[in-house]
Each structure stands twice: as structure tokens, then as C-alpha cells.
Design a binder for this molecule. Structure first.
Ligand code: URA
Length: 434
């Protein structure tokens, strides 16, 4: 794909074509993306086109062209001078999803470099940078030189994506967010993959979440999204696979920034909840395989148990000015929710827990809102566990107790306890798509 100037088109003709279920040409797609990025196409015209795409879809070829046009609005990174192969992971986002934190240092133990360009949270899902910023002194913004040096010396970096990667996506995503068009599969796939392909990773593992706390509520939609992204990655020469994973209940036992860092450090110390450990290990094995390393699950688990992943984590945090030994912030006020009856916890809804944590101050409603590092929810039971009336089910944390009322309204209806159900833990990984 080149950046040669595309012929001029009329935005209205392109909107009408998609409205009438026609296929857009390469030149039309290139033009509309460039013209939207430079302001020639207005927000209301792009909003209409996005809605037509949401309703009528796009072919595989159109999605690839749309993705390439977005990539070509910005810079591409190049890791070919590194001493290690690169492998990255992207999650479509969920509640309690702190997997990037233990995963990046873990993979780097095996001489595969992990360039994790991450974002902040919006709405009920948390953002990796917000979590790491609860570590005293930790710096999200790195120059390209700092990032390359850290990848070459330590092998793992988690930092803020520079504004030069796929700038069209930033503008488009903000527009989709306020026009009810986030959920269009071609637009999600092109948004995620334009940034990952521009980032220049050699291999990519996608964690496509399914369930109430995810964008994709059904396995069928998640499968379509996963296959679309895997195809885009492969067409661009990136070795790409996807795991479909459960997001109907939160991952692990913590939701909220500092709480999730604490749990990630537990995993790096060889402990932590089994779902977080199992998913971290499964994704690490896939990332390593994508980089040409055939490392078994047992070998990966050993690096969590024997401190090698922890050493990488500490080096990674220190390189970005984080104080590994400073205590993590804790919410100033706590309230517990107790089990109203005895039985089996059959439901703990990811979306509701995510919204409750957000209401406690762990997330933001607008792009520039501050977040509370110590706010969030600790879970004391997970679906499949047997609980006794009066035992704590969750502890809510915040610095601002006036937030408890609205958070409790959601948290109190997030769970179900059944007296005669059989304890069955939730499935974690539904499928692998390559
Ligand atoms: N994440 C992205 O980067 N883009 C989307 O469209 C959805 C999730």
C-alpha cells in the first residue's frame, strides 16, 4: 500500500454506496480515511458511514483496505534492529483483566521481546496504564529510543502508544464512542489491527473476550471478530492467533488499579488466582510459539514459580522510574457485601462489577478524568464457590465514600446464589482461532 494521493470523491456518494450494501473501492476507502483525518470529511458524514458499515458490514477485502488506509495515516515502528524476535498480545478488554502485567515480563524471560503499547481505561473496563500508574514514580510516556533500549536490555516494555500510530483511529474511535457505532465488527477489527500492525510486532496473540463484561456478548460474534482480526494480521505478515476467553465474570479476585497491580505481583511471586495464572500461561505459550519458540506450559509456569518473571518485572518497572518497594495506594474507605444466603455462587456478572468499580472511582467517564489508584473491588468468592450466609462476598474500596451508594446499587445485584446448584467453575478458554 502506498500513500499516493487518491482521487477526490464525494463523501455523500460513499455513504450512499454503503447504505445500499455496495462494495467500496480501494480508492474510495483511501480517500475517505485521509479526508476524514485531515478534516475534509465532516464528523456527521463519517458518523453516517460508520452506521452504514455497522448495519451492512464490509467484505474481507474492504476491511483490509480500510485497515491499511488507517495505518498509512501515521508512522510505522520497526523492531528489526532488536536482538530478539518480538511478540505482542492484545485483549479486547474486560473487567479485572490485568493479564498484560505478569505476561509481558514472563514472555521476556524466554528471550522474546514484548513491546506493549497500551491505553487508558474508558467506561467499565480498566486501562493498563492507569493500573501501572498506581506504582509510585512509574512513567507511561517513553521516547522511541527509550523503548528500543528497554526492549534490547530487559526485553519487555509496557508504555503509552505514541500519537503517531494510526492517527485516523484516534479520531474515528472518539466519533464511534458517541454515535453508537463502537460495536461494528469491521470497525473494531480495523481499529485494533491498524495499531498493532503499525506497531511492527512480528507475532500477535489476540485475547478476544466473550460475555457481559466484553464488547462481544456472544461466542458467535466474538468468533467472527477473532477470525477477522487473525485474517488481517496474517495478510499483513504478522503471525496472529486468537483465544476466545470468558468475560462473563471478572478475571481474578481484584478489579481496580492498585488492587490489580497487587494481584499481578502475587502471580509473579508464584501465587495468585488460578484463572489469572492459567490465562497468563496460555497466552505466554502462544506468544512464544508465534516468535518461533516451542516452550511448554510447564516451563512457562516454572518461570513464575522460580522468580525469573519477577526479576524481569522489577527491572521493567525500575527502568520506567517506578519504585518497586513503595507501598501501593489503598482506598481510604471500605464497605463489605455479605452473602444473604448459603449456597453456590452461580453468577457474578462482569459488567455489573466493572460498573460498580468504575462508580467507586477506579475508572473515568470522560477521557481526561482522573482515576483513584486505590478504588475498586476485592472479590472473596467466584462462580462455582460454595458460600455461607453472612460471609463477605466482596469489599468495595474508595477514597470518596459518597460513591458507595451508587456502586452498591450495582454490586448488590451483580451476583446470584442458588441453594441446590452443583458447584461448577466457569470455563476460561472457549476456543483458539488461527
Ligand atoms: N479497542 C480498540 O482499540 N478499538 C476498538 O474499536 C475497540 C477496542
Amino acid at each position: 500500500m502506498t500513500n499516493a494521493p487518491a482521487p477526490a470523491f464525494d463523501a455523500v456518494d460513499i455513504i450512499r454506496a454503503k447504505r445500499d450494501k455496495k462494495q467500496l473501492s480501494a480508492d474510495e476507502i483511501k480517500w475517505v480515511i485521509n479526508a476524514y483525518t485531515d478534516g475534509t470529511v465532516a464528523d456527521y458524514q463519517m458518523a453516517a458511514l460508520n452506521m452504514a458499515i455497522l448495519l451492512n458490514g464490509m467484505s474481507r477485502e474492504e476491511i483490509a483496505l480500510w485497515t491499511n488506509a488507517m495505518i498509512n495515516t501515521g508512522e510505522r515502528m520497526d523492531f528489526s534492529s532488536l536482538h530478539f524476535p518480538t511478540s505482542d498480545k492484545h485483549s479486547t478488554g474486560g473487567v479485572g483483566d490485568k493479564i498484560t502485567l505478569p505476561l509481558a515480563p514472563l514472555v521476556s524471560v524466554f528471550d522474546v521481546a514484548v513491546p506493549q503499547l497500551s491505553g487508558r481505561g474508558l467506561g467499565h473496563t480498566g486501562g493498563t496504564l492507569d493500573k501501572l500508574e498506581s506504582i509510585k514514580g512509574w512513567r507511561a510516556a517513553l521516547t522511541n529510543d527509550e523503548m528500543m533500549r528497554q526492549l534490547d536490555t530487559i526485553g519487555a516494555v509496557i508504555c503509552q502508544a505514541g500519537s503517531g500510530l494510526a492517527p485516523a483511529d484516534r479520531k474515528l474511535y472518539a466519533l464511534r464512542d458517541v454515535t453508537g457505532t463502537v460495536e461494528a465488527i469491521p470497525l473494531i477489527a480495523s481499529s485494533i489491527m491498524s495499531k498493532k500492525i503499525a506497531e511492527g510486532t512480528g507475532a500477535l496473540v489476540l485475547d478476544v473476550k466473550v460475555g457481559s463484561g466484553a464488547f462481544m456478548k456472544t461466542e458467535e460474534d466474538a468468533r467472527t471478530l477473532a477470525q477477522t482480526m487473525v485474517d488481517l494480521g496474517k495478510d499483513a505478515g504478522v503471525r496472529t492467533v486468537a483465544l476466545l476467553t470468558n468475560m462473563s465474570t471478572p478475571l481474578g479476585l481484584t478489579v481496580g488499579n492498585a488492587l490489580e497491580v497487587r494481584e499481578s505481583v502475587d502471580v509473579l511471586a508464584g501465587g495468585g488466582p488460578s484463572d489469572v495464572v492459567d490465562l497468563t500461561v496460555a497466552l505466554a505459550v502462544e506468544m512464544l510459539a508465534g516468535a518461533g519458540k516451542d516452550i511448554s506450559e510447564d516451563e512457562v509456569r516454572a518461570a513464575l514459580k522460580d522468580g525469573r518473571a519477577m526479576d524481569k518485572w522489577r527491572a521493567m518497572i525500575a527502568a520506567q522510574d517506578g519504585d518497586n518497594d513503595a507501598p501501593l495506594p489503598v482506598g481510604k474507605e471500605q464497605q463489605q457485601i455479605l452473602a444473604p444466603t448459603s449456597g453456590v455462587l452461580t453468577k457474578l456478572d462482569a459488567y455489573d462489577v466493572g460498573v460498580a468499580s468504575w462508580r467507586l472511582g477506579a475508572g473515568r467517564a470522560r477521557k481526561d478524568d482522573p482515576v483513584q489508584a486505590g478504588a475498586g473491588i476485592e472479590l472473596h468468592a467466584k462462580p462455582g464457590d460454595v458460600v455461607t450466609a453472612g460471609q463477605p462476598l466482596m469489599t468495595l474500596h474508595t477514597d470518596t465514600p459518597e460513591r458507595f451508594e451508587r456502586a452498591l446499587a450495582t454490586a448488590n445485584t451483580s451476583f446470584e446464589i442458588e441453594t441446590d446448584a452443583t458447584p461448577t467453575p466457569a470455563r476460561l478458554i472457549y476456543d483458539r482461532i488461527s
